[in-house]
Design a protein around this ligand. Structure first.
Ligand SMILES: NC(=O)c1ccc[n+]([C@@H]2O[C@H](COP(=O)([O-])OP(=O)(O)OC[C@H]3O[C@@H](n4cnc5c(N)ncnc54)[C@H](OP(=O)(O)O)[C@@H]3O)[C@@H](O)[C@H]2O)c1
Length: 261
C-alpha cells in the first residue's frame, strides 16, 4: 500500500458521515488534512481531535460547493496557504429522494453542481498539480445506485453513474502520470444521507445497511492500493454482479421497490 505520512489530504464533505471517517483514517496514517464543507463547527471539533490524537496539521475551510466557482475558490485558498494536495477525497454529495417532477429545479441544479460539476472541477485543478508532480491519489464517492437507473432517486443515481464512469476513465488516463484515481461505491450506510435526502428506511435498505467506518476503510485501502473501483460490502457486490445477468428494465424495477417506490 502507498504511504501518505506527512502528505496533505483534502477531504470534501468533512463535517459529517463518511468525510469524518476518511479524515480520521488518513490522519491515523500521518497525513495532514484540509477539511472542506459548509458547516464549520463540526469540522473545527474534528480538527481539534485529530491535532491532539494524531499530531497532524489540520486546516478547515468552510465552502459551499453548490456555488459556481467554488472549486477555483478552494484551489486559490490552498495555494495561498502553500499547501500542496497529494490526496483528494471527493466525498461531498447528497441525494434528493422522491419523484423527479416534485423536486424544485433549483434544488436539482444545486445537487448536480455538488455531485458532478464541483467534483469534476476540483479534480481537474488539483489533479493537474498532481500530474505535474508525477504522484497523487484521488478518491471518488459514487454509489450502489450508480449501477442502474433508480426511479425515486432518478437524478441522484444518474449523477453517481457520472461519478463512477468519470473516475474509472480517469484511473486509466492518469495512471501513466503517476496519479491513482479510485471510485468507492457504498450501498446504504448509517450517515445523515437518508435524512438529508428525505428518505425513510425500507426492509431492503435495513438489510444492506453498513456502518460508515468500515466502508471508509475499504475506500482508503483501495485508493492506497491504486485500485480503479470498489463496491463496499458483499451484499452490495452481489447486487452489482446480478445486474450483469438482469435486463435493465428489471434492474430499475427491483431497485425502485427496494427503496420504497
Ligand atoms: N450514506 C449512504 O448511504 C451513501 C451511499 C452511497 C454514496 N454515498 C455518498 O457518500 C458521500 C458522503 O455522504 P454521507 O453518506 O457521509 O452523508 P452526510 O453525512 O450527509 O455527509 C455529506 C457531506 O457533504 C457535505 N456537503 C453537502 N452539500 C455540500 C455543499 N453544498 N458544499 C459543501 N459540502 C457539502 C456535507 O457538509 P455540509 O452540510 O456541512 O456542507 C457533509 O459533510 C456523498 O457523496 C453520498 O452521495 C452515501
Amino acid at each position: 500500500m502507498d504511504n501518505v505520512k506527512g502528505k496533505w489530504a483534502l477531504v470534501t464533505g468533512a463535517s459529517s458521515g463518511f468525510g469524518v471517517e476518511f479524515a480520521t483514517l488518513l490522519a491515523q496514517q500521518g497525513a495532514n488534512l484540509a477539511l472542506v464543507a459548509r458547516r464549520k463547527e463540526p469540522m473545527e471539533r474534528l480538527a481539534d481531535r485529530l491535532r491532539r490524537d494524531q499530531r497532524v496539521e489540520v486546516i478547515v475551510e468552510s465552502l459551499d460547493l453548490s456555488q459556481a466557482g467554488a472549486a477555483a475558490e478552494l484551489k486559490a485558498r490552498m495555494d495561498s496557504r502553500q499547501v500542496p494536495i497529494d490526496v483528494l477525497v471527493n466525498n461531498a454529495g447528497y441525494g434528493l429522494y422522491g419523484e423527479f417532477l416534485e423536486q424544485s429545479a433549483q434544488r436539482l441544479r444545486e445537487m448536480l453542481q455538488v455531485n458532478m460539476l464541483a467534483l469534476t472541477e476540483v479534480t481537474h485543478l488539483f489533479g493537474s498539480d498532481m500530474a505535474k508532480r508525477g504522484s497523487g491519489h484521488v478518491l471518488f464517492l459514487a454509489s450502489l445506485l450508480a449501477y442502474q437507473a433508480t426511479p425515486g432517486y432518478a437524478a441522484y443515481a444518474a449523477s453517481k453513474a457520472y461519478v463512477l464512469l468519470l473516475g474509472e476513465a480517469l484511473n486509466t488516463e492518469l495512471k501513466p502520470r503517476g496519479v491513482a484515481v479510485t471510485v468507492l461505491s457504498p450501498g446504504p450506510t448509517a450517515t445523515s444521507f437518508a435524512e438529508v435526502a428525505g428518505q425513510k428506511n425500507t426492509p431492503m435498505i435495513r438489510m444492506l445497511m453498513m456502518e460508515p467506518a468500515p466502508v471508509a476503510r475499504i475506500g482508503i485501502d483501495s485508493m492506497l492500493r491504486r485500485r480503479s473501483s470498489v463496491v463496499a460490502g458483499l451484499l452490495n457486490k452481489a447486487i452489482v454482479f446480478a445486474n450483469r445477468l438482469t435486463p435493465r428494465a428489471l434492474q430499475r424495477q427491483i431497485m425502485h421497490s427496494a427503496i420504497g417506490g
